[in-house]
Design a binder for this molecule. Sequence first.
Ligand code: FAD
Length: 483
Amino acid sequence: MTRSGQEYLASLRDGREIWLDGERVGDVTTHPAFRNTAASVARLYDLAHDSEHTPVLTRGGVHRAFAVPRSYEDLVSRREAYKVWAEASFGFLGRTPDCMAGGAAGFAAMPSLFTTEAYDGSAAALAYHRRLAEGDLYPAFTLTNPQIDRTRSASRQEEDDLVVRVVAEKDGGIVVRGAKMMGTAAAFADEVIVGTIEPLAPEDVEHAVCFSVPVGTPGLRLVSRTSYEARARSVFDNPLSSRFDENDALLVCDDVFVPWERVLVYRHVEASFRMWWRTPAYLNFVHQSATRFWTKLEFLTGLAILITKANNTYELPPVTQAIGRLLGRVAQAKAFVLAAEASYEEVDGGRGGVAPGKDISFAQRIMAGELYPQALQEIKLLAGGGVIQLPASGRDLLHPELGPLVRRYIRSPGTPAEDRVKLLKLAWDALGSEFAGRHEQYERFYHGAPHVYLTQQAWEGEGPACEALAQSCLDGYDLGGVR
Ligand SMILES: Cc1cc2nc3c(=O)[nH]c(=O)nc-3n(C[C@H](O)[C@H](O)[C@H](O)COP(=O)(O)OP(=O)(O)OC[C@H]3O[C@@H](n4cnc5c(N)ncnc54)[C@H](O)[C@@H]3O)c2cc1C
């Protein structure tokens, strides 16, 4: 059954080991680097638990993202649920609980893929999905090996144990050691699944493991990046980074014990890869993130309209056209979601499940990674210097001497200073702050690096059909007509 926000927050007080800026964080629900974002996530849980949105977000008391879709209509309902949560953070919380929930539903659609000659993880895969759905748990995932040396495989790095690997088998489970590069929102999650989404080399057998453990597991450490929430002056001054900083952390396993029932893949290079790509797990990730991306673009375009209206430039033909281009991009982002649903595919051997269409889902990553930086540039161009020439904080507006000065000079026809400063501070948080820079990098890389997904599109996209069409044109004539 769904949890309330309060129940979710209580679950985070589990002694988890999170490090930030040279200090161990005691409680993420009260720490100034995490507490507002934890409250934002709690609000998502409240929306699902008991609000006007509950019927859209849940079915039978379970969040819709956990359901294995069986039809086109199921995909649509799941997307409607994704959209409600995406709008709650204006698209700035990327790895909300529904993201990996969709991944777990993907595993549950094809548990047989977890059975190998080395180990049978099918029961653990189903148990993972059941545990998350029944407990309404927040799953994060760390699937990328630390960069260290990208020219060497996981087992050929300059030292052992740089990348998570199995170091021992013990009664009832395994012991793992090493790191994974990036756990977005792991600090706010109940469990983290550790695996590898990119192909491992044949020699990386010890690294070919996938398991999910509670974030509070002894020996599991999260080393957080800079907190934008901690740096925020106030919600008025940094409206997004103060509330939606999901954080990204290096995950370190320091001899973590993992019971067998939590091990999905064990010492099997191919299974550690196919669990993401041959089940609908990855397609389900894209469905969630494409919906969120569409929402984020709607939000940014809305900001562009508000800024140009406040600056009284909205009616100028080049500005109107720029807004038209942005709205075209919003429609493009939406079209990818709708088209992926409409081109749904039956999950091969997947017990009646369906998944969003692969070709369009994969292409969405290319579109979004390229479009996001362009959209930011276009909106910055429309905004001009106003987003920089702002009082250092809202305190200036409240100051008896300074307030009237700011109100006089930072305004526009029909937009009083307080509204204008509020709008432009929101815009800069979204477009140009350090938080915004992280989001640009996120949209470019969270689904993998371009050299990976472009190559994948070339291998698995509709190249043969395109080639055949061009060839059919060539086949329709020859030298016969030459005079
Ligand atoms: C903000 C953010 C949040 C993220 N959150 C998560 C998360 O929650 N969970 C998770 O598992 N991952 C997460 N990721 C990691 C993401 O999956 C990786 O960034 C992505 O897989 C790319 O890997 P990389 O960053 O190590 O880049 P690399 O693989 O190191 O690539 C970086 C660049 O190096 C070059 N390059 C490297 N190798 C090659 C090659 N073989 N051929 C050609 N060029 C090459 C390319 O120019 C490439 O663009 C996140 C990333 C970001 C930026």
